[in-house]
Design a protein around this ligand. Structure first.
Ligand SMILES: Cc1ncc(COP(=O)(O)O)c(C=O)c1O
Length: 405
């Protein structure tokens, strides 16, 4: 299914409208599952491979040359993520984690006991938000408020809901790409009530980073694998919040000194992020993520193309009367179910045509299965490697399947 970079067909593929950065992808493959994980551009694969082949050392500890190279590049990756989020080093720092889920748990469960009286979340959250918010409320003996989201993605709240609250919501839904239009106001209102705003930005970092730049969040959580990078997570966190955490998930790399029964944590200055990075890190992954952010910054044209593909996809799907689209407006993530066809079966038929889409509830069971009582859905999610030919192929194959069944 994949073609090596060295294969002459890689060049041929670019003639078929595929970006040379994904020249390894065979033209018949139609990958439409970026909301789970994106494909990786060659620059990211090269950055990670280069680390393994040329300076495979540990960062943050060693004095030899390879280690210093790792440190420089890791530092660069932190800076790139801060710039991408539109935040200043003076106010925020970046820590690396396993993924968005891990980052959310790490920060949430290390908040000081009793500092907040409630957790506020929304009904269209991924289980990565839902489950930690349930366990946090139980462990802290605090209230948990699940608020509705408007069709335009805004959180429906009144300021009194936010009193001393941890507000934890997504900045883009993985069901239908909805984004909270009132996010900026939510940040202001949350802070005015003595609360903090934590953002599940797993989708937001790939598709709607401007909203993150404009929002005074306390922490935002992302996954490299959903933004063209390796499988790795990261947290962009306010230094003021980091200082207030009660870290207990600690170990090598998080301390300045340890005696028989005591320890001092690394909590200040340039290394403050270390308190969230216990143990040896995924150095190759961090360097690959740095390369992904650099690559993302060069994709203006592909971003425009993605916007245009969202329109084609949305309007193409609307044409079929058996189709029940969850989206109200075009977005890079679209979910639907079709009368008379099970979504899993549909995904299998599409797969026979080399079209890769997700089926099910996408880790949003609480909302889709139990609240809306929907059957399993089919989800199509776009990435910067998708071309008009992919959408044409998908819509054409879907039409054929629907006419046959
Ligand atoms: C909105 C959203 N939040 C959180 C997650 C969890 O991400 P990860 O599995 O990388 O932790 C996902 C993954 O699909 C997601 O789409």
């Amino acid at each position: 299914m994949f073609i090596s970079k060295k294969n002459p067909q890689a060049e041929e593929n670019t003639d078929k409208g595929l970006s040379p950065d994904f020249g390894y992808l065979s033209p018949q493959s139609c990958y439409l599952d970026s909301a789970c994980q994106t494909l990786r551009p060659q620059a990211v694969i090269d950055a990670e491979t280069e680390y393994y082949l040329q300076y495979n050392a540990c960062g943050g500890r060693v004095k030899y040359k390879w280690g210093t190279m790792v440190d420089t590049k890791v530092q660069e990756a932190r800076k790139l993520l801060l710039t991408l989020s539109g935040k200043r080093e003076k106010e925020y720092c970046v820590a690396f984690t396993l993924n968005t889920t891990y980052g959310i748990n790490l920060v949430l469960h290390q908040l000081q006991v009793g500092e907040f009286s409630r957790i506020v979340t929304s009904e269209i959250e991924h289980n990565s938000v839902n489950l930690p918010s349930i366990t946090w409320a139980k462990r802290q003996n605090a209230e948990r408020l699940v608020l509705p989201r408007e069709e335009d993605g805004s959180l429906r709240y009144s300021p009194s809901d936010l009193e001393r609250s941890v507000v934890l919501i997504n900045s883009m839904s993985n069901i239908d790409g909805r984004t909270p239009q009132n996010l900026k106001q939510l940040a202001e209102d949350t802070h005015a009530k003595g609360g903090i705003l934590l953002l599940d930005a797993a989708q937001g970092f790939a598709h709607d980073v401007e909203r993150l730049c404009d929002t005074d969040f306390d922490a935002a959580f992302g996954s490299g694998h959903k933004m063209y990078g390796p499988s790795i997570g990261f947290i962009v966190i306010k230094r003021s919040l980091l200082d207030r955490l009660d870290p207990f998930f600690i170990g090598g790399g998080t301390v300045t000194d340890v005696e028989k029964d005591t320890y001092s944590l690394l909590r200040e200055g340039e290394e403050a992020h270390a308190v969230l990075e216990a143990g040896l890190q995924n150095w190759g992954g961090i360097l690959g993520l740095g390369a992904a952010v650099t690559w993302l910054g060069q994709q203006e044209e592909r971003n425009e193309q993605e916007k245009s593909l969202t329109e084609t996809l949305f309007h193409g799907l609307q044409k079929n009367s058996r189709m029940h689209l969850l989206n109200r407006v075009p977005a890079p993530i679209v979910s639907f179910h079709v009368d008379g066809i099970d979504a899993h079966q549909l995904a299998l038929y599409l797969s026979e045509q080399d079209i890769m889409c997700r089926s099910g509830y996408f880790c949003c069971h609480s909302y889709l299965q139990h609240q809306l009582k929907l059957p399993p859905l089919l989800r199509v999610s776009l990435g910067l490697y998708n071309t008009p030919a992919h959408i044409e192929k998908f819509l054409g194959s879907l039409k054929t399947i629907l006419t046959t069944l």
